[in-house]
Design a protein around this ligand. Structure first.
Ligand SMILES: O=P(O)(O)OC[C@H]1O[C@H](OP(=O)(O)OP(=O)(O)O)[C@H](O)[C@@H]1O
Ligand SMILES: Nc1nc2[nH]cnc2c(=O)[nH]1
Length: 174
């Protein structure tokens, strides 16, 4: 049986990091408009907290994507299950993810969105698990670099459970 056995990142640590990332984003986009794109479902909690700490003209949109398997990795294909509502041509776009693991989701998504000619395209992730990276992808804003443990909470699930935990916990077999 699997259970949450450990708190990896507390609610307080998350709140502090979210404010820190929001300040960096605010400084980098001063005087500009910004479209923040949350990637469903995992980033939903993080992006909701993040935008409330960014004191800029911010629009928000969401995408839902699923990467094809490694056999099609080199083709840079991402299956878009829910696309953006808006045209991003000429806009500053910030993609917000909960976690980067292999990097395939984001690298494929970036390739797909670059073809739409945004003014700029930047990446923000709350969590980075560099140990399992398959696609090298430069990320502009990183919350926490974590070791290779299976985590849940703050939007992130295990079989669709635990997304509502207010902290990041580690799931282990007990
Ligand atoms: O770097 P990668 O190895 O590509 O993994 C990261 C992706 O996996 C998770 O999404 P998931 O497919 O679990 O969907 P969810 O956010 O709806 O839970 C996460 O939200 C990222 O989108
Ligand atoms: N829920 C969950 N999804 C992931 N996707 C990549 N790494 C993880 C993880 O640690 N937990």
């Amino acid at each position: 049986m699997f259970k949450v056995t450990e708190v990896m990142i507390s609610e307080e640590q998350l709140a502090e990091k979210v404010s820190e990332l929001a300040k960096q984003i605010e400084n980098d986009f001063k005087g500009e408009e910004l479209l923040v794109v949350g990637i469903l479902k995992g980033a939903s909690v993080f992006v909701s907290d993040l935008i409330r700490k960014i004191n800029l003209d911010v629009n928000i949109d969401f995408m839902s994507v699923s990467s094809y398997g490694s056999s099609t990795e080199s083709s840079g294909v991402v299956k878009i299950l829910k696309d953006l509502d808006v045209n991003i041509e000429g806009k500053n776009v910030l993609i917000v993810e909960d976690i980067i693991d292999s990097g395939l989701t984001l690298s494929n998504l970036v390739a797909a969105l670059e073809t739409r000619n945004p003014k700029s395209l930047k990446l923000c992730t709350l969590l980075d698990k560099p140990q399992r990276r398959k696609a090298d992808i430069p990320v502009d804003y990183v919350g926490f670099v974590i070791e290779d443990k299976f985590i849940v909470g703050y939007g992130i699930d295990y079989a669709e459970k635990y997304r509502n935990l207010p902290y990041i916990g580690v799931v282990s077999e007990v």
